[in-house]
Write a protein that binds this ligand. Structure first.
Ligand SMILES: Cc1cc2nc3c(=O)[nH]c(=O)nc-3n(C[C@H](O)[C@H](O)[C@H](O)COP(=O)(O)OP(=O)(O)OC[C@H]3O[C@@H](n4cnc5c(N)ncnc54)[C@H](O)[C@@H]3O)c2cc1C
Length: 409
């Protein structure tokens, strides 16, 4: 059997490990445009921050490809998938055939396209190379950094820069950071905490152009203001990395649509991780939950299925736990739904109370939660969402910190 895996991130490498557990002799070829061995992507911001050296990023020993008897094809990007012939063509023109294929190509950071965005010291934050380039810039002396975007990546970048003692300004189009993860009350608590620790946040503005010489010196904003900056980190979200897949050959929404075996609409072609649209347990629909633990388990399950052992994936749940200076923040599921029709939301606490809890229900099923501080019961709430445990007692009881969950049984 010949398995081809595109992407050496957590989804790709976990698939390879699962295949190897099942089959000692199958050929496994792994293509990636990154040349670093599989590494922890969420940790790259700790490298920027200086709390971890980049040598700590790899997930396994450097011999991982030999240990798993994988043929690595690194530093090459897949350019075209021929679904019928079962061939992937690389950008250098080389063809690789396969019997089963895993698309674990993750996501690419969105670039900013304004005049001057090609100046030096303007970076995205997705890869180990991004962070090594940022560190080089920092070592040459950076005074004022600009972070574009208030999502998880923008937030982590800003946090890292502040820890290095660099003045950081975050520009966000939404009224508060982490707007995809949390509601307004929680978002404003987070905003205040960041500002208290030195971050300048400007809401409702965006960059129209950058000026500079070799490197960036200023950002011009649509408010008419000009900000000095000698480093910019763009954290404006990601898009699944699927440019090599011809439209209409595989069912795709925003990502590759897969069934509960992580198989696409084409037999023998699987997808996992940030590139795959799986079933979202909270939303009860297809969704990409682009988080590390889901990518890892999807890769593993896809690998088993590719090797012939039928394993079903129960569906994904978006979730995050973050410490933002004095705030412990936990979010899960449909925490901040755009459309609240047919949903019931109960919430308690605020900035003055020092803690906040918001629960989102669809009928008697918990589908989302935001907890700020006092997050101890978060694991139970997560299990309730994942297992769709019906709440047949007054929902307000779940707001109590001393609530006895055995009452639900
Ligand atoms: C700064 C940062 C912080 C994060 N923090 C968290 C966190 O705290 N918690 C959390 O759960 N998640 C976090 N994430 C998200 C998490 O890292 C991703 O969900 C996870 O890495 C996805 O894994 P993957 O294997 O699907 O894709 P990736 O890790 O993106 O790996 C895909 C690989 O495929 C390669 N590739 C892409 N296209 C091609 C092609 N055409 N040909 C060849 N190779 C290709 C890519 O270069 C990459 O090496 C963070 C991400 C970032 C960037």
């Amino acid at each position: 059997m010949k398995h081809l895996i595109i992407g050496n991130g957590t989804a790709g490498i976990n698939a390879a490990r699962a295949i190897r557990e099942m089959d000692a002799t199958a050929a496994i070829v792994m293509v990636s445009d990154e040349t670093f061995p599989p590494y922890s992507r969420p940790m790259i911001s700790y490298v920027l921050e200086g709390s971890e050296p980049h040598e700590k990023l790899p997930l396994f020993a450097g011999s991982v490809y030999e240990d798993l008897n994988i043929t690595p094809v690194l530093g090459h990007r897949a350019a075209h998938l021929d679904v019928k012939k079962k061939i992937v063509r690389l950008e250098n023109g080389a063809d690789i055939d396969f019997e089963t294929l895993l698309i674990a190509s993750g996501a690419d950071a969105r670039q900013i396209k304004v005049p001057g965005s090609d100046l030096g010291n303007i970076f995205t934050m997705r890869t180990q190379k991004d962070v090594l380039d940022q560190l080089k810039a920092v070592s040459q002396g950076v005074k004022n950094a600009l972070v574009l975007g208030g999502g998880l990546v923008g937030f982590k970048a800003a946090h890292a820069l502040l820890k290095r003692g660099i003045r950081a300004t975050m520009l966000i189009t939404s009224p508060y950071p982490l707007a995809m993860q949390v509601d307004e009350t929680a978002g404003k608590m987070i905003l205040k905490e960041l500002e208290t620790h030195g971050l300048t946040v400007k809401v409702g503005v965006s960059v129209t152009a950058f000026d500079g010489g070799e490197t960036v010196k200023n950002a011009r904003l649509d408010s008419g203001e000009t900000l000095e900056c000698d480093l910019v980190i763009v954290g404006k979200g990601v898009d699944p990395s699927l440019g090599f897949i011809p439209e209409n050959d595989i069912d795709m929404g925003y990502g590759i649509q897969v069934d509960s075996y992580l198989c696409s609409s084409v037999p023998d072609i699987y997808a996992a991780g940030d590139a795959a649209e799986t079933f979202d347990i909270a939303r009860q629909t297809r969704w990409i939950n682009a988080i590390w633990p889901e990518a890892a388990i999807q890769g593993r399950i896809a690998g088993f299925n590719m090797a012939g052992r039928k394993v079903s994936y129960p569906g994904s749940l978006g979730r995050n736990v973050m410490r933002i200076y004095g705030l412990d923040v936990m979010t899960m599921g449909l925490a901040n739904p755009e459309n609240t029709k047919d949903l019931e939301i109960i919430q308690a606490g605020d900035e003055n109370a020092g803690a906040y809890r918001r629960l989102v229900f669809s009928g008697d099923i918990l589908v989302g939660a935001v907890l700020i501080n006092q997050i101890e019961q978060g694991g139970i709430l997560r299990a309730m969402i994942e297992n769709r445990v019906p709440v047949r007692i007054p929902k307000k009881y779940l707001m109590s910190l001393n609530f006895n969950y055995s009452r639900l049984l």
